[in-house]
Design a protein around this ligand. Structure first.
Ligand SMILES: [Zn+2]
Length: 222
């Protein structure tokens, strides 16, 4: 396997960060049910999820006490390292309304990496740990407030069977939009996943950035 050059990775990542125009659409496309949604409806779903994230972020920026109250009501512990070492990397998880587990060691390592590579200037007011933590806080809020992203069910049919299910990608889009607005980032925090993964698995991180850049190009050529 070709070894990954850190300078090359950072250059490509910065390129992606400055030009990625559709990270929400990319999240939507990862939804197992995305093909069952017609494109016009998909667009409106994505827009609604995005605006809910923004709206909540603006409200909590103006009401920091309320946000602190929610954070204080949570049980927060360390995510066991074993979970972070599988093929798919998990930085944090939430359990419905009151529990967040976060891999602080992993995120501290990643923070160290982005500082060493001068990428931390992209997060002038925060750290990777805070971004990931606030992402999970949004999921808690979603449940406590029963937001649209929880309520929205997709109705679809398989043969004669009528089914309904949640589109989990809408929650991810709203959470990303929440974090982006809350910390006033220039682009979606989901793009930063490759930087977090880099310190554990540079090959995978490089592959993620390369694929994301290609998807941008395809999208733009339509
Ligand atoms: Zn999430």
């Amino acid at each position: 396997m070709r070894s990954v050059k850190v300078e090359e990775f950072c250059q490509q990542f910065l390129h992606l960060w400055s030009r990625a125009t559709n990270p929400h659409l990319q999240l939507f496309k990862q939804d197992p049910l995305h093909a069952k949604v017609d494109p016009a409806q998909a667009e409106s779903f994505i827009e609604t999820a995005e605006s809910i994230g923004k709206q909540e972020a603006r409200w909590y920026r103006e009401h920091p006490q309320e946000l602190q109250g929610i954070i204080d009501s949570l049980k927060i512990n360390e995510l066991p390292e074993a979970q972070a070492q599988q093929e798919r990397y998990t930085f944090a998880v939430y359990k419905k309304t009151d529990h967040i587990m976060i891999d602080r060691n992993f995120l501290a390592q990643a923070q160290h990496f982005i500082e060493a590579q001068q990428l931390s200037r992209l997060l002038p007011a925060t750290t990777l740990t805070e971004l990931v933590f606030m992402h999970e806080v949004f999921h808690v809020l979603e449940y406590r407030k029963n937001l649209w992203t929880i309520q929205r069910q997709l109705h679809y049919q398989i043969g004669f069977l009528k089914k309904q299910a949640r589109l989990y990608s809408l929650s991810e889009i709203a959470a990303a939009s929440f974090v982006q607005t809350f910390y006033q980032l220039e682009n979606s925090p989901t793009l930063l996943a490759s930087c977090i993964i880099y310190c554990k698995n540079p090959e995978l991180a490089q592959a993620l950035v390369t694929t994301a850049l290609k998807e941008q190009t395809i999208h733009r050529s339509y």
